[in-house]
Design a protein. Sequence first.
Length: 369
Amino acid sequence: MKIDGKSFRTIWINGDDELCVINQLSLPHAFEVVTLLDFDDVCNAISNMVIRGAGLIGATAGYGMWIAAKQAPTNSLESFDAYMKTQALRLQATRPTASNLAWAINRQLRRLESGLTIVEKIKLAKAEAETIANEDAEFCRLIGRHGLKLFEDLYASNPGKTINVLTHCNAGWLAFVDYGSALSPIFAAHDAGLPVHVWVDETRPRNQGASLTTWELASHGVPHSLIVDNAGGHLMQHGMVDIVLTGADRITRNGDAANKIGTYLKALAAKDNNVPFYIAFPSSTIDFSLNNGLTQIPIEERSSDEVRTVVGKLSDGNIATVQICPDQTNARNWGFDVTPARLITGLLCERGVCSATESGILGLFPEKN
């Protein structure tokens, strides 16, 4: 995507062979690039949400394994391999819900097995990290192309009427390497000249909708309105939502979907009001080893401080964190919930659109039978 006319990805290697990312904690008030110099920096960037989003977490993990390889002991292949397996476990523990994280790590470990020397293994890790990132960007571009058809059909059913989309959290290009998942079809529809308006959930407690999704949509010129998280049901009851489109952090083989906390409630409201509910994701998000999202997907619980405080810009332009509850009040902070497949109208990935069923998913991925 472009920022002030300059093309950016969310993660890249600079001319000094250093890993660079966009600092998402500074958005929307400042655009900053952070250099991740070592493996600790990579782990901290993921766990502290300097970078976030399923696809970008996976891409960062891929690059993180390359950085780990550069820091690994070089006295023997055995010590190198042992170090890499240890660091892989450490990296995997940073954000346990996202399927893309473990997927990228395991892909790198398999790639490293083909290296005959340490130097070769380091080169392979870098090449594989770049491939993972490039695939993520291309898959998200294809999601936009397939998703455009959904918007064209909606517009054909009501010519001249603005298509109102409700989205939750941030599943745009900031959550991936480029393009995004849920926002990719929206960008494609807007660029195709279709009248699109997006209802943006603020997405407490980290407010990724308010800070990131709005910033992306505004940068692309897409009309949008920020709403509180609990407004979606009201909008659907009054016919003000034509489609709900979200991303996902893990999809099971039967179509259950883990996404940002609050997604399940949107799906319930959509079902009750006959509003189509779609989930968009690259195939790296599918965990084919699971068949029950509610019982098998681990749900990350984050710091209570994220609920007890809010970050924002003061009238003097300074950024501050303020507490919004009494000192003695405790909080719980689950990062994700699981939307059962029965509430999902369809799944949208780089291979097309399918039903949220095992047969539907395997129809797009027959090699997983």
